[in-house]
Design a protein around this ligand. Structure first.
Ligand SMILES: [Zn+2]
Length: 75
């Protein structure tokens, strides 16, 4: 069974824990524009509150890769 993204993707800033919902269309557009070919890095957005980069809590990329945020990923 294929899982799908919701209409909006919830992003979180690992530094200050700010959460923000970003329309999936915008995330996918950014994702597909990434020409680096590095699929291990999810699309990220600048945090409004600090200099951190917001990452998706759960997002299925345009190439089918799944990005999940886990608190214990933090170093
Ligand atoms: Zn932040």
């Amino acid at each position: 069974m294929k899982r799908k993204n919701k209409k909006e993707i919830e992003f979180i800033c690992p530094k200050c824990k700010t959460k923000e919902s970003i329309p999936t269309k915008i995330v996918e557009m950014l994702d597909s524009m990434d020409q680096s070919g590095d699929t291990s890095v999810p699309p990220r957005f600048d945090c409004m509150n600090c200099n951190g980069k917001m990452v998706p809590i759960y997002y299925i990329g345009v190439k089918g890769q799944v990005y999940e945020y886990h608190e214990n990923n933090l170093k």
